[in-house]
Design a protein around this ligand. Sequence first.
Ligand code: HEC
Length: 134
Amino acid sequence: MKSITLVTLMSITLMGADGYKVYKDNCMKCHAEMMTKADVMKSFKSLKAPPMIEVANKIKGNIHIVDEDADIKRRVVIAFIKDYIDNPSIQYSMCDPMALEKFGVMPSLKGKLNEAQKQAVSEWVYDRYEGNTF
Ligand code: HEC
């Protein structure tokens, strides 16, 4: 019994956090997972934040790596998202100014997520929308 628990604990640690679960527990109440632009227009008034597909695509579209190395780009975008979770700021937001005015700046989630959870959810945001345009 004891050894099974230990093995389970170890595998959870080795695998790291589940990014989608972190998203569902901490981001989904404000950022919808998937929406079309038309849906956003239609329900704009009731939205609390841009949908996560828009967030992912906006950041990916704004960050350009000179030699277009996909791995470096992935790392830089993930680092931006990870930092934004703790340190949202009007200076760093890439949100459209009109939308920013409606939504306000995201409240900081500092202290709510550990390092592994922040890494996992940021990777999930990057990978979830690969190949999806908004
Ligand atoms: C209480 C609501 C709320 C929660 C919870 C929330 N966000 Fe946000 N988030 C916002 C709002 C509003 C904005 C748009 C304004 C801004 O850019 O700060 C935003 C913007 C962002 C941006 C920047 C987008 C840009 O274009 O610059 C990122 C990245 C982001 N959120 C990631 C997350 C992640 C990851 C989580 C969960 C770990 C999360 N957010 C949880 C409200 C929230």
